[in-house]
Write a protein that binds this ligand. Structure first.
Ligand code: B12
Ligand code: SF4
Ligand code: SF4
Length: 355
């Protein structure tokens, strides 16, 4: 097999494994990324994701991360929701959990698939007497998956900064296989946002200082998942009932009319839109049992209940006041603070002439 034939074989194997798109780029294909990452970090936009500021030499330049790599294979794994993910935002007594966290954890599912494909790749390469080494990455390594995805032709970074595809819309995860094999590369995808600004306009917290740039410190995904302490009060009020992640900027993208169904059944919605009152009373063991296998589990009970209390405070529902009041003495100071805030917000309603 020559390089082009081997590339075609890898692509068809990847599609057979369950990925929805595959692209190939060189490790040096994103020369502008390092500078943009440096500006992002210099402006402090990573907030308390301290790991973003570490190993920036590797993150900004894949050829520094693994100098022997010759080709990066980028893969898209679709998790398109079945219904309208924004419908739950109108249900004030219920929790909005982002689509990506509704089913099983994508880190586990994508990694398994990447490893299976990688093992097959090495075996096939050996058959052709081609020594091949690989490394597989999904999300957590110092790798900038979005610009690499664009360089490999999978889609373009839209104004909301995530990768959008004309064939898949925006509901897909990314995974990467770095390989020592020198395979033919694909052309980078170009921008197809045109004059659209829907994602910028819908963002509830104004997290985009400019198109194509995100200030994570204002993003609800960051605030609910990554941020450890209390959330600034002005931002709490803008979070609505979003208790884990946020989908608004993705959901409004017009390219989602081309979204395809998820091939992995593990992403089917298991969490749904539970009642806030019920979630607020979860203790540590209850929380872990309920979110076993789900990405939600990683934030732990305290941060989770903090988020639920912010949503209760935003609900405007007087009947949730006792639920919040029950947590003002919580041993976790951040939970107790969130409970006091929610009580304060709901008491204003109760005491108002219309309340
Ligand atoms: C840190 C991180 C976050 C942070 C910060 C997000 C961010 N935009 O940086 C937070 C917690 C907020 C987050 C949220 C989400 N995330 Co996230 N996140 C990551 C992670 C780990 C690193 C991203 C990164 O490198 N950021 C640093 C900045 C500097 O890089 P960048 O976003 O690519 O920035 C580019 C632009 O700013 C642009 N740029 C800068 N200046 C300029 C100027 C001009 C003129 C132009 C054109 C461009 C431009 O260039 C930069 C470099 O490409 C990746 C996984 C990975 N290892 O790559 C997942 C990842 C990006 N996340 C993902 C997802 C799904 C989400 C959420 C949708 C989850 C949710 N529903 O809550 C949200 C989306 C929020 C959003 N609008 O981005 C997916 C995205 C898949 C896709 N199709 O793109 C990834 C790839 C994980 C995965 N393996 O699938 N995430
Ligand atoms: S995920 Fe939500 S808060 Fe974050 S940038 Fe998108 S719309 Fe704004
Ligand atoms: S919503 Fe519009 S501006 Fe945002 S990524 Fe989609 S096409 Fe681009």
């Amino acid at each position: 097999m020559n390089g082009a034939e081997f590339k075609a074989a890898i692509t068809s194997r990847a599609l057979a494994e369950g990925f929805s798109a595959v692209g190939y780029c060189a490790p040096g294909a994103i020369p502008e990324a390092a500078g943009r990452l440096a500006s992002f970090v210099a402006a402090g936009r990573q907030g308390d994701m301290g790991w973003m500021a570490e190993r920036m030499g590797w993150r900004g330049d894949p050829s520094a991360l693994w100098p022997e790599a010759r080709t990066i294979i980028m893969l898209a794994e679709v998790y398109t929701p079945e219904g309208d993910p924004l419908a739950v935002l109108g249900e004030r007594d219920r929790a909005a959990v982002s689509v990506y966290a509704q089913g099983r954890d994508y880190h586990d599912l994508v990694k398994k698939r990447l490893k299976r494909l990688g093992r097959w790749l090495i075996e096939e390469a050996e058959k052709g007497s081609l020594p091949a080494e690989i490394k597989v990455f999904v999300d957590t390594a110092p790798v900038m998956e979005k610009p690499l995805g664009q360089a490999a032709g999978l889609g373009w970074q839209g104004r909301h900064t995530n990768l959008v595809s004309r064939e898949l819309g925006s509901w897909f995860f990314l995974g990467a296989i770095f390989s020592t094999l020198d395979l033919p590369k694909d052309e980078a995808e170009r921008d197809h946002c045109g004059s659209c600004r829907a994602c910028l306009d819908i963002c509830p917290t104004g997290a985009f200082p400019a198109p194509y740039q995100l200030d994570a410190r204002r993003c609800i995904s960051y605030l609910t998942i990554e941020h450890k302490g209390p959330v600034a009060k002005d931002l709490r009020a803008l979070m609505g009932n979003r208790i884990y992640g946020c989908d608004d900027c993705l959901a409004v993208c017009p390219w989602n009319k081309f979204a395809v169904a998820a091939r992995e059944t593990g992403y089917a919605a298991r969490v749904g839109a539970p009642e806030l009152a019920e979630l607020a009373t979860l203790d540590d063991a209850g929380f872990r049992a309920r979110f076993s296998g789900s990405p939600v589990k990683r934030i732990g009970r305290d941060r989770f209940v903090r988020n639920v209390l912010y949503a209760i405070g935003n609900s405007g529902l007087e009947r949730l006041l006792p639920v919040a009041a029950g947590l003002v003495g919580d041993p976790d100071p951040v939970v107790a603070d969130a409970a006091r805030w929610a009580v304060g917000r709901l008491s204003v309603i109760t005491n108002s002439p219309e309340g």
